[in-house]
Design a protein around this ligand. Structure first.
Ligand SMILES: *[C@@H]1O[C@H](CO)[C@@H](O)[C@H](O)[C@H]1NC(C)=O
Ligand SMILES: *[C@@H]1O[C@H](CO)[C@@H](O)[C@H](O)[C@H]1NC(C)=O
Ligand SMILES: *[C@@H]1O[C@H](CO)[C@@H](O)[C@H](O)[C@H]1NC(C)=O
Ligand SMILES: *[C@@H]1O[C@H](CO)[C@@H](O)[C@H](O)[C@H]1NC(C)=O
Ligand SMILES: *[C@@H]1O[C@H](CO)[C@@H](O)[C@H](O)[C@H]1NC(C)=O
Length: 406
Protein backbone atom coordinates (compact mmCIF):
# COMPACT_ATOMS: atom_id res chain seq x y z
CA UNK A 1 0.00 0.00 0.00
CA UNK A 2 1.32 3.38 -0.94
CA UNK A 3 1.89 6.03 1.63
CA UNK A 4 -0.68 8.29 0.06
CA UNK A 5 -3.40 5.68 0.23
CA UNK A 6 -2.48 4.83 3.77
CA UNK A 7 -2.78 8.46 4.84
CA UNK A 8 -6.03 8.80 2.96
CA UNK A 9 -7.47 5.73 4.63
CA UNK A 10 -6.31 6.86 8.01
CA UNK A 11 -7.77 10.28 7.44
CA UNK A 12 -11.11 8.86 6.41
CA UNK A 13 -11.35 6.48 9.38
CA UNK A 14 -10.39 9.34 11.67
CA UNK A 15 -13.72 10.95 10.91
CA UNK A 16 -15.64 7.77 11.70
CA UNK A 17 -17.62 7.71 14.91
CA UNK A 18 -16.92 4.72 17.09
CA UNK A 19 -19.39 3.59 19.71
CA UNK A 20 -19.19 0.49 21.90
CA UNK A 21 -21.81 -2.20 21.46
CA UNK A 22 -22.48 -4.85 24.08
CA UNK A 23 -21.69 -8.30 22.83
CA UNK A 24 -22.43 -11.31 25.03
CA UNK A 25 -19.98 -14.12 24.41
CA UNK A 26 -21.25 -17.47 25.63
CA UNK A 27 -17.89 -19.02 26.30
CA UNK A 28 -17.16 -20.68 29.62
CA UNK A 29 -13.37 -20.34 29.43
CA UNK A 30 -13.60 -16.65 28.68
CA UNK A 31 -16.16 -16.16 31.44
CA UNK A 32 -13.90 -17.82 33.99
CA UNK A 33 -10.93 -15.74 32.87
CA UNK A 34 -13.00 -12.57 33.00
CA UNK A 35 -14.23 -13.14 36.55
CA UNK A 36 -10.77 -14.23 37.65
CA UNK A 37 -9.12 -11.11 36.28
CA UNK A 38 -11.85 -8.96 37.76
CA UNK A 39 -11.33 -10.53 41.17
CA UNK A 40 -7.58 -9.97 41.02
CA UNK A 41 -7.88 -6.36 39.90
CA UNK A 42 -10.44 -5.49 42.55
CA UNK A 43 -8.47 -7.20 45.31
CA UNK A 44 -5.33 -5.38 44.22
CA UNK A 45 -7.05 -2.02 44.30
CA UNK A 46 -8.59 -2.61 47.68
CA UNK A 47 -5.18 -3.58 49.00
CA UNK A 48 -3.54 -0.60 47.32
CA UNK A 49 -6.09 2.03 48.33
CA UNK A 50 -6.87 0.88 51.84
CA UNK A 51 -3.80 -0.96 53.07
CA UNK A 52 -0.64 -0.13 51.18
CA UNK A 53 -1.04 3.51 50.20
CA UNK A 54 -3.89 4.52 52.48
CA UNK A 55 -5.19 6.56 49.56
CA UNK A 56 -8.34 7.37 51.49
CA UNK A 57 -6.30 9.65 53.70
CA UNK A 58 -5.35 13.25 53.43
CA UNK A 59 -1.64 13.48 54.14
CA UNK A 60 1.10 15.82 55.20
CA UNK A 61 4.78 15.17 54.56
CA UNK A 62 6.64 18.13 55.97
CA UNK A 63 6.22 18.44 59.69
CA UNK A 64 7.77 21.32 61.56
CA UNK A 65 10.59 19.82 63.50
CA UNK A 66 12.94 20.88 66.24
CA UNK A 67 16.03 19.00 67.35
CA UNK A 68 18.12 19.46 70.44
CA UNK A 69 21.25 17.41 71.07
CA UNK A 70 23.61 17.03 73.97
CA UNK A 71 26.78 14.95 74.17
CA UNK A 72 27.58 13.18 77.44
CA UNK A 73 30.62 11.32 78.71
CA UNK A 74 34.02 11.85 80.25
CA UNK A 75 37.36 10.63 78.98
CA UNK A 76 40.67 10.27 80.78
CA UNK A 77 43.67 11.24 78.71
CA UNK A 78 46.85 10.67 80.67
CA UNK A 79 46.49 13.06 83.58
CA UNK A 80 43.93 15.18 81.77
CA UNK A 81 40.23 14.74 82.19
CA UNK A 82 38.38 15.65 79.03
CA UNK A 83 34.78 16.66 79.41
CA UNK A 84 32.14 17.66 76.90
CA UNK A 85 33.41 21.24 76.68
CA UNK A 86 36.67 19.87 75.32
CA UNK A 87 35.38 17.51 72.70
CA UNK A 88 31.77 18.34 71.77
CA UNK A 89 31.09 20.97 69.10
CA UNK A 90 29.10 23.14 68.86
CA UNK A 91 28.32 23.56 72.53
CA UNK A 92 24.81 24.67 71.66
CA UNK A 93 23.48 21.38 70.30
CA UNK A 94 21.39 21.66 67.17
CA UNK A 95 20.71 19.07 64.53
CA UNK A 96 24.43 18.77 63.85
CA UNK A 97 26.74 17.78 66.68
CA UNK A 98 30.25 16.43 66.60
CA UNK A 99 32.63 14.90 69.05
CA UNK A 100 36.39 14.74 68.75
CA UNK A 101 37.81 11.23 68.59
CA UNK A 102 41.45 11.99 67.94
CA UNK A 103 43.62 15.11 67.95
CA UNK A 104 46.80 16.19 66.24
CA UNK A 105 48.21 19.06 68.25
CA UNK A 106 50.85 21.63 67.30
CA UNK A 107 51.95 23.45 70.43
CA UNK A 108 53.31 26.96 70.80
CA UNK A 109 52.99 28.40 67.34
CA UNK A 110 53.80 32.07 66.98
CA UNK A 111 54.26 34.54 64.16
CA UNK A 112 57.75 34.37 62.69
CA UNK A 113 59.81 32.87 59.91
CA UNK A 114 60.62 29.21 59.44
CA UNK A 115 61.16 26.59 56.75
CA UNK A 116 58.30 25.62 54.39
CA UNK A 117 57.07 22.03 54.32
CA UNK A 118 59.15 20.03 51.86
CA UNK A 119 56.19 18.50 50.03
CA UNK A 120 54.91 21.90 48.89
CA UNK A 121 55.66 22.51 45.20
CA UNK A 122 58.98 24.32 44.56
CA UNK A 123 59.75 24.45 48.27
CA UNK A 124 62.99 22.41 47.98
CA UNK A 125 65.94 24.65 47.28
CA UNK A 126 69.69 24.76 47.26
CA UNK A 127 70.33 28.51 47.05
CA UNK A 128 68.39 31.68 47.85
CA UNK A 129 67.79 32.26 44.14
CA UNK A 130 65.46 29.21 44.09
CA UNK A 131 63.02 31.09 46.34
CA UNK A 132 60.99 34.03 45.02
CA UNK A 133 60.46 36.72 47.62
CA UNK A 134 56.81 37.60 48.32
CA UNK A 135 55.41 34.52 46.59
CA UNK A 136 52.38 32.98 48.29
CA UNK A 137 51.44 29.39 47.49
CA UNK A 138 47.88 28.56 48.56
CA UNK A 139 48.84 24.93 49.06
CA UNK A 140 51.67 26.06 51.30
CA UNK A 141 51.68 27.83 54.62
CA UNK A 142 52.74 31.43 54.09
CA UNK A 143 54.69 34.08 52.21
CA UNK A 144 58.21 33.35 51.01
CA UNK A 145 60.97 35.60 52.27
CA UNK A 146 63.43 34.77 49.48
CA UNK A 147 65.87 32.80 51.65
CA UNK A 148 66.78 29.12 51.44
CA UNK A 149 67.26 27.63 54.90
CA UNK A 150 67.77 24.27 56.57
CA UNK A 151 64.55 22.28 57.13
CA UNK A 152 64.52 22.33 60.95
CA UNK A 153 66.93 19.66 62.24
CA UNK A 154 67.13 17.81 58.89
CA UNK A 155 69.99 17.99 56.41
CA UNK A 156 68.13 19.34 53.34
CA UNK A 157 66.94 22.88 52.70
CA UNK A 158 63.61 24.51 51.87
CA UNK A 159 62.46 28.08 51.26
CA UNK A 160 61.87 30.23 54.27
CA UNK A 161 58.33 31.54 54.84
CA UNK A 162 56.66 34.02 57.08
CA UNK A 163 53.86 32.27 59.00
CA UNK A 164 52.84 30.67 62.30
CA UNK A 165 55.97 28.74 63.28
CA UNK A 166 56.82 25.93 63.52
CA UNK A 167 54.65 24.51 60.76
CA UNK A 168 52.13 21.82 61.65
CA UNK A 169 53.70 19.08 59.50
CA UNK A 170 56.97 19.33 61.35
CA UNK A 171 55.88 19.93 64.92
CA UNK A 172 52.63 18.02 65.15
CA UNK A 173 52.08 15.63 68.04
CA UNK A 174 49.58 12.87 67.26
CA UNK A 175 47.56 11.87 70.27
CA UNK A 176 46.08 8.42 70.69
CA UNK A 177 42.39 8.03 69.89
CA UNK A 178 39.78 8.64 72.55
CA UNK A 179 38.66 5.01 72.78
CA UNK A 180 36.29 5.81 75.63
CA UNK A 181 34.19 7.74 73.15
CA UNK A 182 32.57 4.46 72.11
CA UNK A 183 30.62 4.71 75.37
CA UNK A 184 29.75 8.41 75.07
CA UNK A 185 26.10 9.10 74.57
CA UNK A 186 24.23 11.69 72.62
CA UNK A 187 20.88 12.81 73.90
CA UNK A 188 18.54 13.66 71.01
CA UNK A 189 15.29 15.43 71.70
CA UNK A 190 12.99 15.84 68.74
CA UNK A 191 9.55 17.33 68.63
CA UNK A 192 7.44 17.60 65.51
CA UNK A 193 4.23 19.36 64.67
CA UNK A 194 1.84 18.56 61.83
CA UNK A 195 0.10 21.94 61.38
CA UNK A 196 -2.66 20.60 59.13
CA UNK A 197 -3.80 18.09 61.73
CA UNK A 198 -2.68 20.12 64.76
CA UNK A 199 -0.76 17.17 66.16
CA UNK A 200 2.34 17.69 68.29
CA UNK A 201 4.58 14.73 69.12
CA UNK A 202 7.94 14.20 70.79
CA UNK A 203 10.35 11.28 70.88
CA UNK A 204 10.42 11.16 74.68
CA UNK A 205 7.57 9.37 76.36
CA UNK A 206 5.47 11.55 78.62
CA UNK A 207 5.52 10.52 82.22
CA UNK A 208 3.38 11.51 85.13
CA UNK A 209 6.18 11.31 87.66
CA UNK A 210 8.89 13.87 86.84
CA UNK A 211 11.50 12.47 89.23
CA UNK A 212 11.29 8.92 87.92
CA UNK A 213 11.43 10.24 84.39
CA UNK A 214 14.55 12.23 85.14
CA UNK A 215 16.24 9.21 86.63
CA UNK A 216 15.18 7.06 83.69
CA UNK A 217 16.50 9.57 81.15
CA UNK A 218 19.87 9.88 82.84
CA UNK A 219 20.42 6.12 82.97
CA UNK A 220 18.85 4.59 79.90
CA UNK A 221 20.49 3.71 76.59
CA UNK A 222 18.49 3.47 73.39
CA UNK A 223 17.89 0.00 72.07
CA UNK A 224 15.45 -0.67 69.27
CA UNK A 225 13.79 -3.60 71.04
CA UNK A 226 14.38 -3.02 74.73
CA UNK A 227 14.35 0.78 75.09
CA UNK A 228 12.60 2.35 72.10
CA UNK A 229 11.63 5.47 74.07
CA UNK A 230 15.04 6.28 75.44
CA UNK A 231 16.64 9.24 73.62
CA UNK A 232 20.26 8.48 74.68
CA UNK A 233 22.28 6.89 71.90
CA UNK A 234 25.68 5.30 72.53
CA UNK A 235 28.17 6.34 69.85
CA UNK A 236 29.22 2.71 69.61
CA UNK A 237 25.61 1.73 68.94
CA UNK A 238 25.28 4.41 66.24
CA UNK A 239 28.49 3.25 64.54
CA UNK A 240 27.30 -0.38 64.68
CA UNK A 241 23.95 0.48 63.19
CA UNK A 242 25.64 2.45 60.43
CA UNK A 243 27.87 -0.62 59.90
CA UNK A 244 31.03 1.32 60.62
CA UNK A 245 34.12 0.16 62.47
CA UNK A 246 34.63 2.47 65.44
CA UNK A 247 38.44 2.25 65.47
CA UNK A 248 38.39 3.10 61.78
CA UNK A 249 36.16 6.09 62.52
CA UNK A 250 38.62 7.23 65.20
CA UNK A 251 41.37 7.20 62.59
CA UNK A 252 39.65 9.10 59.77
CA UNK A 253 36.61 10.71 61.35
CA UNK A 254 33.24 10.46 59.67
CA UNK A 255 29.79 11.91 59.23
CA UNK A 256 26.84 9.75 60.24
CA UNK A 257 23.23 10.60 59.53
CA UNK A 258 20.72 9.93 62.28
CA UNK A 259 17.37 9.61 60.52
CA UNK A 260 14.26 10.01 62.62
CA UNK A 261 11.22 8.74 60.75
CA UNK A 262 7.72 9.56 61.87
CA UNK A 263 4.99 7.64 60.12
CA UNK A 264 1.71 8.55 61.70
CA UNK A 265 -1.73 7.17 61.01
CA UNK A 266 -3.85 9.75 62.77
CA UNK A 267 -7.04 7.68 62.38
CA UNK A 268 -5.61 5.84 65.34
CA UNK A 269 -4.81 7.49 68.65
CA UNK A 270 -1.83 9.91 68.33
CA UNK A 271 0.05 7.85 70.92
CA UNK A 272 0.60 5.26 68.18
CA UNK A 273 2.58 7.91 66.32
CA UNK A 274 6.15 7.12 67.32
CA UNK A 275 9.51 7.56 65.68
CA UNK A 276 11.85 4.96 64.28
CA UNK A 277 15.55 5.60 63.93
CA UNK A 278 18.02 4.61 61.28
CA UNK A 279 21.69 5.41 60.87
CA UNK A 280 23.83 5.69 57.77
CA UNK A 281 27.26 7.06 57.00
CA UNK A 282 26.94 10.24 54.93
CA UNK A 283 30.46 11.19 53.90
CA UNK A 284 31.98 9.28 51.01
CA UNK A 285 32.92 5.69 51.58
CA UNK A 286 35.90 5.05 53.77
CA UNK A 287 37.94 3.54 50.94
CA UNK A 288 37.96 6.90 49.18
CA UNK A 289 40.71 9.35 49.97
CA UNK A 290 38.45 12.35 50.49
CA UNK A 291 36.16 10.71 53.02
CA UNK A 292 36.40 11.30 56.73
CA UNK A 293 35.77 14.30 58.90
CA UNK A 294 38.16 16.72 60.57
CA UNK A 295 38.44 20.39 61.31
CA UNK A 296 41.09 22.67 62.77
CA UNK A 297 40.83 25.19 65.54
CA UNK A 298 43.28 27.03 67.74
CA UNK A 299 43.52 28.06 71.35
CA UNK A 300 45.23 31.43 71.75
CA UNK A 301 47.19 32.60 74.74
CA UNK A 302 49.94 35.01 75.58
CA UNK A 303 53.42 33.70 76.36
CA UNK A 304 56.07 36.23 77.43
CA UNK A 305 53.81 38.92 76.01
CA UNK A 306 53.76 37.32 72.55
CA UNK A 307 50.54 36.03 71.05
CA UNK A 308 50.89 32.25 70.85
CA UNK A 309 48.52 29.49 69.84
CA UNK A 310 48.00 25.77 70.07
CA UNK A 311 46.72 24.45 66.78
CA UNK A 312 44.46 21.41 66.95
CA UNK A 313 43.45 19.27 64.02
CA UNK A 314 40.47 17.32 65.29
CA UNK A 315 39.19 14.09 63.73
CA UNK A 316 35.71 13.39 64.90
CA UNK A 317 32.36 11.84 64.40
CA UNK A 318 29.71 14.27 63.27
CA UNK A 319 26.04 13.39 63.64
CA UNK A 320 23.56 15.03 61.30
CA UNK A 321 20.04 14.55 62.62
CA UNK A 322 17.59 14.40 59.73
CA UNK A 323 13.87 14.21 60.43
CA UNK A 324 11.31 12.77 58.01
CA UNK A 325 7.64 12.77 58.78
CA UNK A 326 4.41 11.62 57.22
CA UNK A 327 0.94 11.84 58.69
CA UNK A 328 -2.35 10.74 57.18
CA UNK A 329 -5.94 11.04 58.28
CA UNK A 330 -9.24 9.93 56.72
CA UNK A 331 -10.82 12.52 54.45
CA UNK A 332 -13.85 12.12 52.11
CA UNK A 333 -12.36 13.72 48.99
CA UNK A 334 -9.31 11.48 48.58
CA UNK A 335 -11.59 8.54 49.39
CA UNK A 336 -13.97 9.43 46.56
CA UNK A 337 -11.15 10.08 44.09
CA UNK A 338 -9.42 6.80 44.95
CA UNK A 339 -12.63 4.82 44.75
CA UNK A 340 -13.56 6.27 41.38
CA UNK A 341 -10.06 5.62 40.09
CA UNK A 342 -10.25 2.06 41.33
CA UNK A 343 -13.63 1.48 39.72
CA UNK A 344 -12.51 2.94 36.41
CA UNK A 345 -9.48 0.75 36.49
CA UNK A 346 -11.70 -2.33 36.53
CA UNK A 347 -12.17 -1.55 32.81
CA UNK A 348 -8.75 -3.05 32.33
CA UNK A 349 -10.41 -6.50 32.72
CA UNK A 350 -12.38 -5.95 29.50
CA UNK A 351 -9.26 -4.97 27.61
CA UNK A 352 -7.41 -8.05 28.85
CA UNK A 353 -10.32 -10.38 28.02
CA UNK A 354 -10.87 -8.83 24.60
CA UNK A 355 -7.24 -9.40 23.84
CA UNK A 356 -7.42 -13.03 25.01
CA UNK A 357 -10.62 -13.57 23.04
CA UNK A 358 -9.31 -12.13 19.80
CA UNK A 359 -5.84 -13.60 20.05
CA UNK A 360 -6.29 -17.07 21.51
CA UNK A 361 -9.92 -18.16 21.50
CA UNK A 362 -11.22 -16.66 18.31
CA UNK A 363 -9.77 -19.27 15.95
CA UNK A 364 -12.38 -18.85 13.26
CA UNK A 365 -12.59 -15.07 13.55
CA UNK A 366 -16.26 -15.30 14.46
CA UNK A 367 -16.03 -12.94 17.40
CA UNK A 368 -13.87 -10.39 15.67
CA UNK A 369 -16.23 -10.34 12.75
CA UNK A 370 -19.01 -9.41 15.10
CA UNK A 371 -17.00 -7.16 17.30
CA UNK A 372 -16.06 -4.58 14.73
CA UNK A 373 -18.98 -3.35 12.75
CA UNK A 374 -18.83 -0.72 10.13
CA UNK A 375 -22.10 0.85 9.29
CA UNK A 376 -22.53 2.95 6.19
CA UNK A 377 -25.83 4.63 5.66
CA UNK A 378 -25.75 5.09 1.89
CA UNK A 379 -25.58 2.02 -0.31
CA UNK A 380 -21.95 0.91 -0.41
CA UNK A 381 -19.89 2.65 -3.03
CA UNK A 382 -17.47 0.19 -4.63
CA UNK A 383 -14.26 1.72 -3.37
CA UNK A 384 -12.21 -1.26 -2.13
CA UNK A 385 -9.55 0.69 -0.23
CA UNK A 386 -12.17 2.48 1.80
CA UNK A 387 -14.25 -0.52 2.66
CA UNK A 388 -11.64 -2.64 4.36
CA UNK A 389 -9.30 -1.62 7.11
CA UNK A 390 -7.03 -3.18 9.62
CA UNK A 391 -8.46 -3.03 13.10
CA UNK A 392 -6.46 -2.17 16.15
CA UNK A 393 -6.44 -5.84 17.11
CA UNK A 394 -4.72 -6.85 13.93
CA UNK A 395 -7.64 -8.66 12.33
CA UNK A 396 -8.75 -8.12 8.80
CA UNK A 397 -12.33 -7.03 8.35
CA UNK A 398 -14.43 -6.35 5.43
CA UNK A 399 -17.56 -4.34 5.49
CA UNK A 400 -19.99 -6.38 7.55
CA UNK A 401 -23.00 -4.12 7.34
CA UNK A 402 -24.78 -6.54 5.07
CA UNK A 403 -24.23 -9.57 7.28
CA UNK A 404 -25.15 -8.07 10.64
CA UNK A 405 -28.74 -7.18 11.45
CA UNK A 406 -29.00 -3.60 12.64
C1 LIG B 1 62.10 17.78 48.76
O1 LIG B 1 63.19 17.07 49.31
C2 LIG B 1 62.84 16.02 50.22
C3 LIG B 1 64.13 15.45 50.84
O2 LIG B 1 65.14 15.32 49.90
C4 LIG B 1 62.08 14.96 49.46
O3 LIG B 1 61.68 13.92 50.36
C5 LIG B 1 60.81 15.62 48.87
O4 LIG B 1 60.09 14.69 48.10
C6 LIG B 1 61.21 16.82 48.00
N1 LIG B 1 59.97 17.51 47.62
C7 LIG B 1 59.58 17.64 46.35
C8 LIG B 1 58.29 18.41 46.14
O5 LIG B 1 60.19 17.17 45.44
C1 LIG C 1 64.57 16.34 64.87
O1 LIG C 1 64.22 16.62 66.22
C2 LIG C 1 63.18 15.83 66.75
C3 LIG C 1 62.90 16.26 68.16
O2 LIG C 1 63.18 17.58 68.33
C4 LIG C 1 63.58 14.36 66.70
O3 LIG C 1 62.49 13.58 67.19
C5 LIG C 1 63.90 13.97 65.30
O4 LIG C 1 64.34 12.64 65.26
C6 LIG C 1 64.99 14.88 64.74
N1 LIG C 1 65.20 14.54 63.34
C7 LIG C 1 66.42 14.39 62.83
C8 LIG C 1 66.48 14.05 61.37
O5 LIG C 1 67.39 14.54 63.50
C1 LIG D 1 32.25 0.70 77.45
O1 LIG D 1 31.32 0.28 78.39
C2 LIG D 1 31.28 -1.12 78.54
C3 LIG D 1 30.17 -1.48 79.51
O2 LIG D 1 29.81 -0.43 80.31
C4 LIG D 1 32.64 -1.60 79.07
O3 LIG D 1 32.64 -3.00 79.20
C5 LIG D 1 33.70 -1.21 78.06
O4 LIG D 1 34.99 -1.55 78.55
C6 LIG D 1 33.67 0.29 77.81
N1 LIG D 1 34.58 0.59 76.72
C7 LIG D 1 35.56 1.49 76.83
C8 LIG D 1 36.44 1.66 75.63
O5 LIG D 1 35.73 2.13 77.84
C1 LIG E 1 38.20 -2.36 62.73
O1 LIG E 1 39.34 -1.76 62.13
C2 LIG E 1 40.56 -2.11 62.78
C3 LIG E 1 41.70 -1.39 62.10
O2 LIG E 1 41.32 -0.33 61.34
C4 LIG E 1 40.76 -3.62 62.70
O3 LIG E 1 41.94 -3.96 63.39
C5 LIG E 1 39.57 -4.32 63.33
O4 LIG E 1 39.70 -5.69 63.17
C6 LIG E 1 38.28 -3.86 62.67
N1 LIG E 1 37.15 -4.45 63.40
C7 LIG E 1 36.14 -5.03 62.78
C8 LIG E 1 35.06 -5.57 63.64
O5 LIG E 1 36.09 -5.09 61.56
C1 LIG F 1 -8.30 -8.98 4.02
O1 LIG F 1 -9.49 -9.53 3.44
C2 LIG F 1 -9.59 -9.31 2.05
C3 LIG F 1 -10.94 -9.80 1.57
O2 LIG F 1 -11.72 -10.27 2.61
C4 LIG F 1 -8.45 -10.00 1.36
O3 LIG F 1 -8.52 -9.74 -0.01
C5 LIG F 1 -7.14 -9.52 1.90
O4 LIG F 1 -6.06 -10.24 1.31
C6 LIG F 1 -7.08 -9.65 3.40
N1 LIG F 1 -5.86 -9.06 3.94
C7 LIG F 1 -5.14 -9.61 4.86
C8 LIG F 1 -3.94 -8.81 5.31
O5 LIG F 1 -5.42 -10.68 5.37
Amino acid sequence: MGLREFIKEYFLSFWDYETPKVMVVKNRTLGVIYRGVQFLVITYFIWYVFISQKAYQESENRPESSVYTLMKGTAVHGDDILDTVEYAQPSEGGDVISTILRREVTYDQRHGTCAEYFKVANANCTTDSDCIKGEVDFDGHGRRTGKCIQYYNHTFKTCEIQTWCPIEEYAVVREPALVEAINFTVFIRNSIHFPRFKVLRGNIKDASNKRDMHRYLSRCRYDEDKEPYCPNFRLGYIADQARENFSELCRTGGVIGVFINWNCNLDLDPSYCKPTYSFRRLDLRKDQASSGYYYRFAKYYSKDGVETRTLIKAYGIRLDVIVHGHAGKFSPIPTIISTVTAMTSVGICTIICDWIMLTFIDKNEIYSERKFDEIIKEPPVPLPTELSYISSFGSNHSDLSDGVPL
